[in-house]
Design a protein around this ligand. Sequence first.
Ligand code: NAP
Length: 304
Amino acid sequence: MTQQPSTRLRDTPVTVIGLGPMGLALAGALLENGHPTTVWNRTPEKAQGLVARGARLAGSVADAVAAGPLTVVCLKDYATLYEVLDPAGGAVAGRTLVNLNSGTPKEAHAAASWAAERGVTYLDGAVMVPPPLVGDPGSVLLLSGPRGVFDAHRATLASLGDPRYLGSDPGLAVLHNAALLGLMYATMNGFLHATALVGSAGVRAAEFAGLAVNWFLPTVVDATLVEQAPGLDAGHYPGELGTLHMNLNALEHIALTCEEQGVHTGQPRLMREIAAQAIKEGHGGSNYLAVFEVFKKAVEPDAR
Ligand code: NAP
């Protein structure tokens, strides 16, 4: 099917299947941007607010998908995608699905094959913001799959946020989603653990947050992570300004301080273990980023 880029953003009809918190936000952003919007959900009552704003509630999935060339699917997971879309039979052929549930790259590849078998053009994706931020121009939406399909629908997808194309491998969007969420949880845990540690001396979170963030962003994020990222690609970790041995010492002090203060030691102990492993592998004279060499490898099944 030849896809033409959408030039008149607001005229493009879009169908949204799945009206959980995220689907409701996606459909709401489409309506906000003037798209004729058709919706379907297992529990149709959830569409009431959208219908009041001008959406059409389809009576079946087949009817919903038939309403226009582009269907955005936002259900719980891939298994639900098949459960909901399979009964639509041939109605999906020739349509484009943009599937935004989270999952794994293997599941995304299987969904792309499922779509190809039914004559469906398919983009896999992930929404990187909570529902209230959907539709903001800076809200990142990750997409992967055929470039031409992305280009054809980029203008429409821009009604949902900032669509970023990651490549033709359909698994790339959920892979990036898992990587970025891992970064988010690790960072939040780091902040929460640090807050618990100063909290052991009566320091309030609201007092500590400004100091922590104003130190963390320029010193760690910009000067270390952004500036030294090329070193990660090159496997080059010069230790002139500080070695991994020195960092292991610092990690040891964090763990001991936690013990002294009576707060949880699991996270610092794990960081210490990973740094010690990198030293065991010969990186003791490198800088801290050499722990990247440990992270790049799989672990034994019992250590997963
Ligand atoms: P969710 O609870 O993950 O999904 C709810 C949707 O799935 C509803 O439309 C629900 O229908 C449908 N559903 C579940 N089981 C079904 C079944 N057996 N048959 C038919 N429909 C079924 O809620 P969500 O927050 O909207 O999330 C949707 C996707 O977006 C998820 O993959 C999530 O990871 C991703 N996401 C969510 C957020 C967020 O903050 N909410 C942020 C980023 C990404 P009913 O309404 O009938 O139950």
